[in-house]
Design a protein around this ligand. Structure first.
Ligand code: ATR
Length: 255
């Protein structure tokens, strides 16, 4: 008999990989729990969260609710406070706790390819929600960060908040880059031929020491951005690795 219920909420939510990953893990461990995807429209979030405690033991939160869901929780972690976004909820004896496992997901994925992160120079493309988690993790690990974004004002705001440098995407220069991470949505399915850095190959070709290149996008598995980097001899980290690492971290919080 199922005695625990989990969910991922978002809008849209049909394509979420989370139910498959978590249900497989529950089954493997013999835990009588069910995890499902629930489509919650933005205008229905407040009503949905009212009965969350009665209906769910916890779960995940995705776009567009990661920020707005905070006000319905009883406690948020220090990381959530710094990032301003929740991706995991745990119902602990009737109190809803909010966590952010995107940070640990990104850093675990990165550490699989870069052994020492401290003092490395990272370039982060984008300044949205995904960027905030990645930049928080990098800064905490002692990495120098340059934020490049289409809209420079947004990059500046983040740079001031997290102690980084900033610029626009066109400023990219491979000379000063050990780690390159795309957090923009450019290149996401179905626009899989797009890339946030159309001149990446030209910039990288001349370099002797190539950066490690990561993408947070996991559909397609290997984005055009990563393909370009790989063609130039860079070590790449696919977005699925980050996704699976954040799922594993959420799972540890559930059990
Ligand atoms: P998420 O929560 O997934 O990070 P978001 O907060 O909407 O989503 O952020 C999307 C990021 O992708 C932003 O950095 C955005 O740049 P702007 O701040 O200029 O909007 C970036 N982005 C989206 N579409 C883009 C495009 N066509 N070209 C360049 N950057 C783009």
């Amino acid at each position: 008999m199922i005695n625990k219920n989990y969910c991922v909420i978002g809008y849209p939510i049909k394509h979420s990989l989370s139910p498959r990953i978590h249900n497989r893990e529950f089954k493997k461990r013999g835990i009588a729990a069910r995890y499902r995807a629930v489509e919650v429209r933005p205008e229905n979030l407040a009503a949905f969260m009212k009965s969350y405690k009665e209906n769910f033991d916890g779960g995940n939160v995705t776009i567009p609710h990661k920020e707005k869901v905070m006000r319905f929780l009883d406690w948020i972690s220090p990381e959530v406070r710094a990032i301003g976004a929740v991706n995991t909820i745990v119902n602990r004896s009737g109190k809803l706790e909010g966590y952010n496992t995107d940070v640990i997901g990104a850093m675990t994925a990165l550490k699989s390819a870069v052994k020492i992160i401290k003092d490395k120079r990272a370039v982060v493309l984008g300044a949205g929600g995904a960027a905030r988690a990645v930049i928080y993790g990098l800064r905490k690990a002692g990495t120098k960060v340059l934020i490049l974004n289409r809209t420079v004002e947004t990059a500046k705001k983040l740079a001031v908040e997290f102690g980084c440098e900033y610029g626009v995407l066109e400023d990219f220069d491979a000379t000063n880059c050990d780690i390159l991470i795309n957090t923009t949505s450019v290149g996401m399915w179905p626009k899989s031929t797009e890339t946030p850095l159309p001149n990446l190959k030209e910039s990288l070709r001349a370099m002797k020491k190539k950066p490690v290149v990561m993408d947070v996008i996991y559909r397609p598995k290997v984005t055009r951005f990563l393909k370009d980097a790989k063609a130039c001899g860079c070590k790449i980290i696919i977005g699925e690795k980050m996704f699976l690492s954040q799922a594993a971290a959420s799972f540890r919080l559930f059990s």
